[in-house]
Design a protein around this ligand. Sequence first.
Ligand SMILES: O=c1ccn([C@@H]2O[C@H](COP(=O)(O)O)[C@@H](O)[C@H]2O)c(=O)[nH]1
Length: 271
Amino acid sequence: MPEAFGARLSAAVARYGPLCVGIDPHASLLAAWGLPDDVSGLERFAATTVEAMAGQVAVVKPQSAFFERHGAAGVAVLERTIRDARDAGLLVLLDVKRGDIGSTAQAYADAYLDAASPMQADAVTVSPYLGFGSLVPFLETAERNGGGVFVLALTSNPEGPEVQHARVGERSVAGVVLDHLRSRNGSTTPQGSYGAVVGATVGDLTEDVAINGPLLVPGLGAQGGTADDLRRLFGHVWDHVVPASSRGVLAAGPDVAALRAAAAATLDELR
Ligand SMILES: O=c1ccn([C@@H]2O[C@H](COP(=O)(O)O)[C@@H](O)[C@H]2O)c(=O)[nH]1
């Protein structure tokens, strides 16, 4: 059995610190890096980011949308980026926010988490809005392959509360998602492999985020979240927190040393 994702993530964070750098090749960033908004620019952007972050941070998070917008050739770049980053020792969390009926969810899980897939990542983001049970294929495929699953709970965008704070009896929708994750992770040590996405920008925490699993916290930097917000919101579960920043770090490119310095500065703020 491969080593569980939760344990691999804990070890990587202990070694490099708690930071996930997003690989988000926005058209505006390609331009700022002096790259064309095409597949060659995409490839250069992703390869430079992987080179800069290898040995520097624990996790990178390619945002699938920015690769998909270049069509099949863009998806091929995503596949190479995942492989190169993993070969370089980075954990790869593929931000693809999938979710569908169980039988289709299994196909997505096969694509992103199965060891036989050319696109296998270490972990993937999923959406629970077809019901938490629809995610079971992701959870089981992850378990078999030493992978992780991050479920959207309290997202960083201002529109999220309309759905995520809605009540289901005594609980909120986000609370139900977090309850499922807590129960799935149980008392696994050092932590379970099933995580939640909770934004740095949520204001106050309306739910208990102690799920004995990782918390991916996007929203740092470009979306206005700060290191102080993180400490205030997540100080009590700090060992499980993986703050994520994309534009906040990527804006320093394309120079590799400058990208590394931006990641190091972000880590310093978090310490
Ligand atoms: O709640 C969420 C879930 C995912 N994201 C993704 O994270 C990055 C954030 O990029 P920044 O440039 O650091 O703002 C992006 O890929 C989002 O799709 C999120 O922001 N919030």
